[in-house]
Design a protein around this ligand. Sequence first.
Ligand code: FES
Length: 155
Amino acid sequence: PRRHYHEKVLDHYARPRNVGTLDKSDKSVGEGLVGAPACGDVMRLHIKVDPETQVISDVRFKTFGCGSAIASSSYLTELVRGMTLEQASKVKNTEIAKELCLPPVKLHCSMLAEDAIKSAINNYYKKNPDVKPTNLAGREAKLETPATATATATA
Ligand code: FES
């Protein structure tokens, strides 16, 4: 049967925002690479982080997946650009699914986007062990913290 995608999905699918990659040899670039076990779709996300403010200044994605996965990642890039890592780590797939009006059967596609941003943030922290996750007002806090950042989620 023919799938009826919401027009917002179609728009992101037809004109995906921020497709591509960033130079991951750059210390300030974090990479997230995640897959959806259910369907085998794969999403790669690169974020560039301002080391002073921990604000995401650039973000690119490449998704090999269904229309909803592509739309979810495209929308995600627009959403997290300009956010601090702390803010971006709180993005929920339900927020993406709601914006794109994804039906229940497509919820896991938006989950891929949530996983991708979390994975990219973790990767950034791993590459920058001197940077600790800070709260929104804690811009200076990282200067005092010793280089013992522990990863909250290790593979
Ligand atoms: Fe698996 Fe969409 S069907 S990511």
